[in-house]
Ligand binder design. Sequence first.
Ligand code: ZN
Ligand code: ZN
Ligand code: ZN
Ligand code: ZN
Length: 802
Amino acid sequence: MDLPVDEWKSYILQKWSLLPKSIQVTISTAETLSDLFLHSSSLLQPEDEMFLKRLSRGYLVGKDPNAPLFYREEGNKKFQKKDYMGATVLYSKGVSHSRPNSEDISLCYANRSAALFHLGQYETCLKDIVRAQTHGYPEGLQPKLLLRKAECLVTLGRPQEASQTISDLESNFAAKPTLAASQFQILQRTLCRLKVKVQEKGNLTETSPAALTKAFEDMDLREENEQISNTSSSVSLCTDPLKGRYLVATKDILPGELLVKEDAFVSVLNPGEMPPWHHGLESKWDTRATNADLYCHRCLKHTLAPVPCDGCSYAKYCSQECLQQAWDLYHSIECSLGGLLLTLGVFCHIALRSTLLARFEEAGKVINKLCGEITNRDICLPESKNLAQILSYDVGGESKKKGKTVETPIPGCDINGKYENNYNAVFSLLPHTGNHSPVHKFLCALSVSALCRQLEAASLQAFTTGLKSSKLKAAVAPMLYPELNIWGVAMLRHMLQLQCNAQAITTIQQTGSEENLITDSRQVRLATGLFPVVSLLNHSCSPNTSVSFISTVATVRASQQIRKGQEILHCYGPHESRMGVAERCQKLRSQYFFDCNCPPCEREKQRPSQGPRWEAFCCHRCGALLQGGDVLSCGSTSCTESVSRDHLVSQLQDLQQQVGMARKLLRNGELERAIQLLLGCQHDAESFLLAEHSVVGEIEDDLAQAYAALGDWEKSATHLQKSLRVVEVRHGPSSVEMGHELFKLAQIFFNGFAIPEALNTIQQAEKVLLVHYGPWNDEIQELQKMKSCLLDLPPIPVGPNE
Ligand SMILES: [Zn+2]
Ligand SMILES: [Zn+2]
Ligand SMILES: [Zn+2]
Ligand SMILES: [Zn+2]
């Protein structure tokens, strides 16, 4: 997903292997990114571009005139089955394939407004009604739409507007005596009902759904740092030849303290599982919903009612504002390249978008000049010496380990030493050119150069046809070709930087249907972005901060107490509670090019035979921990049991298979059978797995879910508490994983009306989640609602009558 699709990768791999040795050497030893780019790009042949074009055409990103009707009919089927969520998604797909101001688009919007109405999304429903009307909703169907509008307004407690809509409706009737009598009667009856409701609800105040967004915007760093933008004054930026740039605490920091709040310089939504189109499938149009259908392509907010780009079916936004912003900033150029960008992957897309965004900054000019300098290395203008240094520093095969001492100011800072979230800082992130394999560099260079040629063709076309707006021309103009090679070099640099500097933007997705009273949550990757300030944090497998996202904004909070002078650390992915030391070190070395020597790594390297407890086996005789390599022996001195690892591993595989079957039963609602199977699994697990083994925890968690679905809250809570213990051992008592598990337990106690236990668990969950997410997290809001609901319960009467 980050890198180009496999077909293009293997095509380039083969092309590389067929190159004469001498050319391979020239590319492998290219001293600057500019040389690398120019050499590679001269090898891109028309047939290579044709191949890439064929791959790109596999994605359905244009507007297909036959799709709206198909999706609308599929949506109607779901609507009839009362699957309003499913219907909404399908109507959205219909919308995205419709041309603006067409009957298709207005009908899709109108139908979507009906589904949203049933989902209780009245504000959004109103927006869709307006959209249907502005895109030319047929006159004859207007009364239905106006009625829905009035109903929404009544429910939202906006009586004046509702009355206005009702009188519009009445005049609409008066003007249309042709309406069928039966239809007329239905409408009139609904009107009367509505008028009563308006009177009843007249006093209701309007609710503000925007309150939360506002609250988040108000959330501020206690004191802004003068040296680094978007950062609290409790940290400062340092540099050192071994570590590169890093952040340290300038005072004692408490758990939960907000340290960084930074909006992405650039971000690109991950398309999710969006397979390129293959022939032979039963329908041409995909009815499944992916992230690309459910999240705004600019701000990443979850949206049930996206508005599509006028020019393509792929880009969708939460609002007209986001659509316009995206268009002005980058989409005017990206729009015609949808399929190509999906083929070349998210990194290439970010590389393009970064350079497009650079056009709006002074830095754009600096880079322009600078890249010019790398092309002719003899000229070196004194005012941009600093950036030139970074470049010569990068290309010589630097690494964080053996880098030369960098002169002040610190790379990425401006002349006053201030580090900001801007293109200058993005540009200064290390591309680690010397560490990437030659074939990887060749792949990146050819992908970028193919993209440049497409851009050239697209901008030429925009000029010659003159069909597009003058605004678009203005946007394309700076991309014209004399400079294209320079932008190509910059894009190549970004593509190489991303391997170490890309930040996954995640969100917590609630799983579990509405009938399922317990919601489970899992972290999903939504987008990839560049955050120059967050990028200053070094890695630890046991970090002291926690990163979370709202929209495109990253927040970094202290997850534990940090003493003055300590380094602020973040985990790049390989966390000590997720993988063993060997796997972590291998991953860090191959992706980030360094050897980790954080405390957990040092500790675990010293006793390599002892794996983590969540993967440990126990003796089936005495229950003590089994230790060893290929043959494990019992840790208890009074026991002589020993067993081969292969045997235990195959036993574990059998168990996991059983658990998988139980989950299938659970999903199909065969609760009793699922419970029987799970209880059997639990019994088997006890005989050879340590009580803290992750599979033991999973079994308990599944049992808790099954009992919850049966409404047996007491049993559900007992099992979840066992799962909670496993999570605690593995992730620690104040980990975010623990917070999610406590949240589930709170729901179970709440549903079972175990009031003291519920209140106690709510408090614990709140405390843990607050440290990681701050107060605006959905789960915390939910916990607070549960709490006030429990506290508002009338006291249980106690008296002599009982
Ligand atoms: Zn948006
Ligand atoms: Zn578009
Ligand atoms: Zn480590
Ligand atoms: Zn034993």
